[in-house]
Design a protein around this ligand. Structure first.
Ligand SMILES: NC(=O)c1ccc[n+]([C@@H]2O[C@H](COP(=O)([O-])OP(=O)(O)OC[C@H]3O[C@@H](n4cnc5c(N)ncnc54)[C@H](OP(=O)(O)O)[C@@H]3O)[C@@H](O)[C@H]2O)c1
Length: 261
C-alpha cells in the first residue's frame, strides 16, 4: 500500500519540487497552499501523472486550526499519514533594518513559519502516535512516521535586514529538536533540511544580489540551488534507509556553511 505524505506550501517552489519527488518515490500526496486549487491545476495534474493520488487543500499555515483540519481531511481520504514536510514559509514583505522591524512583520513571518510548523507538527504527531506501525521492508523496526522541517541557513546566519525571518527559522530548528526527542520512542523521526540560496519566487526580489554573490564565489559550489536539490534531501530523510537518525539537519547550501580563510 502507498504511504501518504502531507507537504505544506506545495503549490510552487521547493514544496512543489518536493511533492513531485515524493510522488516519484511512491507516496500519495496531500498538498496545501494559500491559493485556491485552480491556480495549481497544472501542478496537481503533473503529480497525478506520476501515479500518485493527490488531495489539494487550500489552507493558511498561520492559522493554528489548520493542522488539525489538514490532518483530519488527509486521514478521511487516505486512512493514515506516514510523513509530513513542513515547507510553507514566507519572507518579510519588506526588508527592514533590525532597528526598524515592525511587530506586524514579526507576527506575519514567525506566525507562518514557526507557529505554523509547530501546530502542523503537533497535529500530525498526534495522528501518527495513534496509528499502527507500518511495515518497514528493510529493517522490520517499529516505524510510525517521519517528519521533515524546511528551515534555512538563516537558522544560523545573521541577516540584519530580515531578522524576523532568521528568528523564525532558528525557532523551527528547536521545533525539530523538541519533537525529535518527544517522538523518538514512538517510532517517528523528525529531521530538518537547511536550504541555502534556492532559485524560487521567494528569492526573485533579491536575484541580482545573489547572482553577484555567486559570481564572487561566496558559495563554494558556484551556482544557484535548485528546488530539486532540496527535494532530494527530503526524499532521503523520508526513505526507510534513514531510520536511526532523528533530530538532525542537512545543509543543502552549496557549502555556504563552511567557514573559510
Ligand atoms: N528559496 C530559498 O532560497 C529558500 C532558502 C531557505 C529556505 N527556504 C524555505 O523553503 C520554503 C519554501 O520556499 P520557496 O522558496 O519555495 O517559497 P515560494 O516559492 O515563495 O513558495 C512558498 C509556498 O508556500 C506557500 N505558503 C506561503 N505561506 C503560506 C501559508 N501561510 N499557508 C500555506 N501555504 C503558504 C505558498 O502558497 P501560495 O503559492 O498559495 O502563496 C507557496 O506554495 C520556505 O519555508 C522558505 O522559507 C527557501
Amino acid at each position: 500500500m502507498k504511504k501518504t505524505v502531507i507537504v505544506t506550501g506545495a503549490g510552487r517552489g521547493i514544496g512543489l519540487a518536493t511533492a513531485v519527488q515524493l510522488a516519484k518515490d511512491g507516496f500519495n500526496i496531500v498538498m496545501t497552499s494559500r491559493s485556491p486549487e485552480e491556480r495549481y491545476a497544472d501542478a496537481v495534474q503533473k503529480i497525478r501523472s506520476l501515479g500518485a493520488q493527490v488531495l489539494y487543500i487550500k489552507a493558511d499555515s498561520a492559522d493554528t486550526a489548520t493542522g488539525e483540519a489538514v490532518v483530519s481531511a488527509a486521514v478521511k481520504r487516505f486512512g493514515r499519514i506516514d510523513a509530513l514536510v513542513n515547507n510553507a514559509g514566507v519572507a518579510p514583505k519588506v526588508r527592514n533594518d533590525l532597528l526598524e522591524m515592525t511587530e506586524e512583520s514579526f507576527d506575519y513571518v514567525v506566525g507562518t513559519n514557526t507557529k505554523g510548523t509547530l501546530f502542523m507538527t503537533q497535529a500530525a504527531a498526534r495522528q501518527m502516535v495513534r496509528q499502527d506501525y507500518y511495515d518497514d521492508e528493510h529493517m522490520r523496526d517499529r516505524n510510525k512516521g517521519a517528519i521533515v522541517n524546511i528551515s534555512s541557513c538563516s537558522a544560523e546566519v545573521s541577516s540584519i535586514s530580515r531578522g524576523e525571518y532568521c528568528i523564525s527559522k532558528a525557532g523551527i530548528s528547536m521545533i525539530t529538536t523538541l519533537f525529535a526527542d518527544r517522538l523518538a520512542d514512538e517510532g517517528i523521526t523528525v529531521n530538518e533540511v537547511r536550504p541555502g540560496i534556492i532559485l524560487t519566487d521567494m528569492t526573485g526580489p533579491v536575484k541580482e544580489k545573489y547572482d553577484r554573490m555567486i559570481g564572487e564565489g561566496v558559495f563554494p559550489i558556484r551556482r544557484w540551488g535548485r528546488p530539486e536539490d532540496v527535494a532530494m534531501a527530503v526524499s532521503m530523510f523520508l526513505s526507510d534507509k534513514l531510520r536511526y537518525t532523528t533530530g538532525s539537519y542537512l545543509d543543502v547550501d552549496g557549502g555556504f556553511h563552511i567557514k573559510r580563510l
